[in-house]
Design a binder for this molecule. Sequence first.
Ligand SMILES: Nc1ncnc2c1ncn2[C@@H]1O[C@H](COP(=O)(O)OP(=O)(O)OP(=O)(O)O)[C@@H](O)[C@H]1O
Length: 273
Amino acid sequence: MNMDAQLAAHLSGGRQAGGTLLEVKNITLRFGGVEALKNISFDIREGEIRAIIGPNGAGKSSMLNVISGFYHPQEGEVWFRGEKRRPMRPHQIARQGLARTFQNIALFKGMSTLDNIMTGRLTMMRRNMLWQALWKGPAEAEEIAHREAVERIIDFLEIQHIRKKPVGALPYGLQKRVELGRALAAEPKLLLLDEPMAGMNVEEKEDMSRFILDVNDEFGTTIALIEHDMGVVMDLSDRVVVLDYGRKIGDGAPAEVRANPEVIDAYLGVAHE
Ligand SMILES: Nc1ncnc2c1ncn2[C@@H]1O[C@H](COP(=O)(O)OP(=O)(O)OP(=O)(O)O)[C@@H](O)[C@H]1O
């Protein structure tokens, strides 16, 4: 499939509940004496929005880092797109169709919105510098296709007005949106969002929630997210996995998890005190 066909398929994918996209099996992760994750198993289905919640220090970020390949667990397996993942580096995992945003924004502050989102295409660029020097035509065509894909994302996220602005000068909520744009530019099968609403005001949270739902709905992108705001989690997610002290204590639809006594004790009880 050429790139335009791929993008069209991606854009018209629509939301569809499907089979298992990713599965973690019996993951145990230790830092010295600390067991950050203890024998954790769960799956993420194609097309769903899956939240990972839990109190501070529960192991949420560790779990996301295992999924994205930043951490290598001592025990357990990660299965992605039907295959057991062999040890590989995060950029190789990205090439397999996984993109993420970070808890603390990780953009190039001095670069424009447009250029930051363009960096999200890097994993997809086929023509290297040598090729460009030898054969200008195809490299140019590819560059144009990438630019068009980026412009479509800019339109989708309604950030045309800041496309040339350096991101460091933008309000926090907009920077988060640019970071989402950069992750989307890689056209991921699975998008990991690490506290996408952290530090946002109510209006910014509403905007971000809408974009997350739209990405899932219009692009058909599967999304896993860590979020502290329980209202947001309950509204957005199809299913929620709950961690506490590195253990899994709940897993199911939002209403199911909300009614789970262990979850209420460990997390919701604390949150509502
Ligand atoms: N790189 C690391 N080195 C040592 N210990 C770590 C490291 N990362 C996490 N931990 C420990 O692992 C446990 C789980 O931490 P993790 O950050 O995954 O939790 P979390 O649920 O994301 O917390 P928070 O909501 O505060 O971000 C904690 O006890 C933490 O101190």
